[in-house]
Design a protein. Structure first.
Length: 737
């Protein structure tokens, strides 16, 4: 095929030169798409907040489904049309292109209209919560117009490269990416449109890209021009046959997008269940990185695809094998480089999206583990793309099912149970590594069977290979399902660390409902409005005046329901200890509203004034012993505890702070209260920060106990810090009058 634009000859030009001529423009276009994705995340994270990032992550599967449908037809028509061009059948290639455009636009329009009619169902289907629903709606309705026309742009990029214009395809992609970035900034910051502004920026840019493709197809294309459709009975039958075949060839690419959707939905469910909305925000940073890997893998696969498919039409296997070897070597080298970058640059990456908050800490702990899988993912994308280019649709589909469904779903279910929070981050790398192993083994088996043509018929070999692969896949699926069922049905057989680890914010279904009964729902008017809290009265056979105990919950307990904060198991550990140790007293659990943090941050003001007012009310009314006021703080609540210790220097007898920091703490004032500090050994850089803070308070004359809990991550530490020994130390103190 002699090109009319960039002088590309798929049949005779040297493979290295030909590959470079397609790869670099394709990589440039995809790179700007990644820059757009990162910029969008930075603008939303900094301009709207971490909840907006979480809402985008909930809506991302919706976007991926629509782009997956567009890629289904884009990759399918690219392979089919390239083979037709290799055989000299230009008319058939033009008909295929026209049919792909029309079908994708109509199908996507129907899907988008359906999902937009049921936003609440869609949000919860993708793993969202009521708290994220309004932000999800803003993003959904804003981005819908752009998604309707996105197949025109996506399919157009495939067609332009096949038409011999990879640089023009890259130019269109770069152009609408830059436009999207500029509009993102304008709509989010100067216009103050919030998350809806980011969505509308994407829609406007998608429409602009589609217009660019349409202008090329109508005015400048000489080979793959649009073909006037016919509506006779024969034409409709041929249309259905052609569309069906294109969908069959491109189905693995569609599954690749759906696989990412499955990864995100599974991740959303698991992260929000174990780490709350902050966990989803941290996971969204990892999901923003995924397009970087997808960019590299797709740039290699899309560059090799027209070369392989065209030469398949000419039956030139020497050129096909040369292209395969080049693309595999490039995938390995770039995949390793990206994995190393993700591991080394984790703090920089996380700080681009998130300020100092719990979500940032979670991301810093997990991203290095998640980055391990980048090299496996890159190889999988390239190898599946190669198989697809050979019209081996079934093999490509099986491989995509393995990486997107068969392995990743059980991995998200099993690994967190075995490894805690670390298992959440390792689920995707493990599934990608297992998939790569299957592809390599199956490819070697397939190649060996082809060397036995003298002994067996080729068709029999193909059938044997398919049956062997299907058999092994079925056995593996059944094994994983059985293991999952055993673990799910035997919660009482887990060890204490596995039972508690990974989720300090247990749902009430996971906690005996009778434990909540002693805690009465209360509220009080304070300087920051109404404070909702729970009160439990412990009556012991003693004449001591009641002690006052405050529990400051973590970020996932925020809300207005006066119940969400009660999910944290540390509360019940304190209550049980007070009963067992015969400590008469009040245990109060105030709730921080959703738009506050106990100690405040750059996005919201602190909420400790109401807690101070609550403590003073109990003390001044003479209901409690003033020398026996204790405070416990977990994670975000630990930061609030440090703030209260700095401001109420003559109030508390002792404190227990679990993995909580407050950068505005006055160490000299905080040193006036004895404090027990704990942090998990697997919490990364926070260990050193916490240790330095403990030493700083001790240097100011403070009575400080400090424990690092070996091997525990943040959620596990928030549960397992409440031992009898530590609480005995806390309650042994009394403040001098």
């Amino acid at each position: 095929m002699k090109d009319n634009r960039d002088n590309i000859d798929f049949g005779r030009e040297p493979i290295g030169k030909l590959f470079r001529g397609i790869f670099f423009p394709t990589l440039l276009g995809l790179f700007f798409g990644v820059v757009l994705n990162l910029a969008d995340g930075v603008f939303v994270g900094r301009g709207v907040g971490s909840d907006a990032l979480a809402a985008i992550n909930i809506a991302a599967p919706f976007f991926m489904i629509t782009s997956g449908i567009a890629l289904l037809f884009g990759s399918g028509v690219s392979v089919v049309a390239a083979i037709h061009l290799g055989k000299g059948n230009t008319k058939a290639a033009r008909i295929n292109v026209t049919q792909a455009y029309c079908t994708a636009v109509v199908l996507l329009g129907a899907v988008i209209a359906t999902l937009c009619c049921f936003p609440e169902f869609t949000c919860h289907l993708f793993g969202g919560s009521e708290r994220l629903q309004p932000l999800f709606n803003d993003y959904l309705y804003g981005i819908a117009p752009g998604l309707v026309v996105c197949p025109v742009a996506i399919i157009g990029l495939f067609v332009l490269r096949l038409d011999g214009s990879p640089r023009l395809a890259s130019g269109i992609q770069v152009g609408y990416s830059i436009l999207n970035i500029v509009l993102d900034y304008i709509f989010v910051f100067p216009c103050g449109m919030g998350l809806a502004g980011a969505a509308w920026a994407t829609s406007v840019a998608e429409i602009a890209g589609a217009i660019g493709v349409i202008i090329y197809m109508l005015c400048f294309s000489k080979t793959l021009t649009l073909y006037r459709p016919k509506f006779s009975r024969t034409a409709i039958i041929l249309y259905l046959r052609n569309v069906g075949y294109m969908m069959k060839v491109g189905f693995s690419t569609f599954l690749g997008e759906i696989a990412m959707t499955c990864v995100m939905i599974c991740g959303n469910y698991q992260f929000i269940a174990r780490l709350g909305e902050d966990g989803v925000a941290a996971f969204s940073v990892a999901c923003y990185l995924f397009p970087l890997i997808f960019m590299v893998g797709q740039a290699i696969a899309q560059s090799a695809q027209p070369i392989v498919s065209y030469n398949l039409g000419q039956n030139d296997w020497e050129r096909i094998n040369s292209t395969r070897r080049l693309s595999y070597r490039l995938a390995i080298g770039l995949g390793i480089a990206i994995s190393l970058f993700g591991i080394v640059a984790t703090p920089l990456i996380a700080s681009m999206f998130l300020g100092p908050c719990r979500a940032y800490d979670i991301a810093c702990q997990g991203l290095p583990w998640y980055s391990i899988g980048f090299v496996f993912c890159t190889m999988n994308i390239v190898m599946i793309g190669y198989v697809q280019s050979l019209e081996k649709a079934k093999r490509a589909t099986i491989y995509t099912l393995l990486r997107g469904f068969v392995f990743v779903v059980p991995a998200f279910m099993l690994l967190p149970e075995m490894l805690g929070t670390k298992g959440l981050w390792l689920a995707v790398p493990v599934s990608e590594a297992l998939t790569l192993g299957v592809i390599v083994i199956a490819s070697n088996l397939y190649n060996k069977q082809h060397t036995m043509k003298a002994k067996l018929h080729v068709q029999q070999l193909h059938q044997l290979a398919k049956l062997y692969l299907m058999k092994k896949t079925l056995i593996l699926m059944l094994t994983l399902i059985m293991c999952t069922a055993v673990i799910a049905q035997r919660p009482g057989q887990r060890g204490p660390r596995q039972r508690l680890g990974g989720n300090p914010e247990r749902t009430m279904q996971q906690i005996d409902s009778t434990k909540l009964a002693p805690f009465k729902a209360m509220q009080m008017d304070g300087p920051d409005g109404v404070l909702k809290y729970r009160e439990a009265r412990i009556e012991a056979q003693t004449e001591d005046k009641p002690a006052l105990v405050i529990y400051m919950h973590g970020a996932s307990g925020r809300g207005q329901d006066n119940t969400r904060q009660m999910r944290q198991l540390g509360i019940y550990s304190i209550y049980d200890y007070m009963v067992k140790a015969s400590i008469t007293g009040y245990l109060l659990v105030p709730q921080c509203p959703e738009n506050y943090y106990w100690a405040g941050n750059r996005e919201c003001k602190p909420y400790t004034d109401n807690v101070k007012h609550l403590i003073k009310q109990y003390v001044e009314k003479g209901n409690v012993e003033p020398s026996r006021v204790y405070i416990f703080g977990v994670s975000m609540g630990g930061g609030g505890t440090w703030k209260l210790l700095s401001e109420m220097t003559d109030t508390f007898a002792a404190a227990l702070i679990v993995s909580g920091q407050y950068r505005g703490m006055n160490q000299k004032k905080a040193a006036k209260t004895p404090v027990y500090l704990t942090i998990g050994g697997a919490e990364g850089s926070r260990c050193n920060d916490f240790k330095n803070m403990a030493e700083g308070v001790k240097d100011k004359g403070g009575d400080v106990m400090f424990d690092v809990l070996p091997g525990l991550d943040h959620p596990e530490t928030c549960v397992q810090s409440f031992t009898d020994e530590r609480m005995t130390w806390v309650f042994s103190h009394k403040r001098e009058k």
